[in-house]
Design a protein around this ligand. Structure first.
Ligand code: AMP
Length: 279
């Protein structure tokens, strides 16, 4: 497995892979890898000849009062996990490798990025789109794999890829959960055992919504109210709970089975968790 910190060196290596006729896959991450990330690497392995994993805690997607400095970093473990999954290359740039000190160009999707996490975290998706566009230019992948865990992020990136003509297939891989239902996240490391137990209210609320839809419930308001009640009772205050069109992310009044999702974000003190389900 190769490791790169230099964008130019990775670019040259990736070009050579393409010249040799290989299909190149990219899995962008912020590291502290868990089974969710590894499932994306496996997905890319199954579709591509060579797989590049990027590990970069991107300062541009963190707000000034967010957890950039505290974000968990575990480079050596991450490298071993990538190697174990058969990644061909890992890209570990520093912020200085990625951003010239006077960088003044940003990539911004202006519609899908507005609501939900975009409303709660101003500038977040601008940072995400900018770094992902840069990674796309550096690696030139044929396929890039993202997790459904960040539902809005995949929708925003798909729109960016369409709007800016990146010749890249975007794959959305399913959410990997712990056995009790909690969606795996690097930020779960911040949870005390009590927080972790109460955090199960998010996945429970989503499972309840799925079951209600299976039994014929179609009212978004009814489903959202039940989900809010479930997390609130467990001490998790909803930032948002919305039934949305799974492609446009527009809020829906009525579930369109097979074309809808429920998105949820909750806070407890400084903690913030997101989760979602297709309906
Ligand atoms: P992050 O390191 O949090 O930026 O995540 C990197 C990629 O892994 C993103 O595409 C996430 O959506 C994806 N991811 C994170 N957690 C999970 C999970 N539990 N299941 C599937 N994909 C995930």
């Amino acid at each position: 497995m190769k490791t790169f910190t230099s964008p130019a060196e990775l670019h040259a290596w990736s070009r050579e892979q393409k010249r040799l006729g290989r299909v190149v896959g990219l899995v962008p991450t912020m590291g502290c890898l868990h089974e969710g990330h590894l499932s994306l690497i496996r997905e890319a392995r199954g579709r591509c000849d060579v797989v590049v994993v990027s590990i970069f805690v991107n300062p541009a997607q963190f707000g000034p009062s967010e957890d950039y400095d505290a974000y968990p970093r575990r480079e050596q473990d991450d490298l071993a996990l990538c190697e174990g999954e058969g990644a061909d290359a890992v890209f570990l740039p520093s912020p200085a490798d990625m951003y010239p000190p006077d960088a003044s160009t940003w990539v911004e999707e202006t519609v899908l990025a507005k609501g939900y996490c975009g409303a709660q975290r101003p500038g977040h998706f601008r940072g995400v789109c900018t770094v992902v566009a840069k990674l796309f230019n550096i690696v030139g992948p044929d396929v890039a794999v993202f997790g459904q865990k960040d539902f809005q992020q995949v929708a925003v990136i798909r729109r960016m890829v369409r709007d800016l003509n990146f010749p890249i297939e975007i794959v959305r891989a399913p959410i990997v959960r712990d056995a009790d239902g909690l969606a795996k996240s690097s930020r779960n490391a911040y949870l005390t055992p009590e927080d972790r137990t109460s955090a199960l209210s998010l996945s429970r609320a989503l499972a309840t919504a799925r079951a209600a839809v299976a039994s014929g419930e179609r009212s978004a308001a009814t489903l959202e109210a039940a989900a809010r009640a479930e997390t609130t009772a467990a001490g998790w205050v909803p930032d948002y709970v919305n039934v949305v069109d799974s492609e446009t992310l527009m809020p829906l009044q009525e579930v369109l089975p097979g074309a809808s999702a429920m998105l949820i974000a909750c806070r407890k003190g400084n903690l913030r968790l997101i989760d979602n389900t297709l309906l």
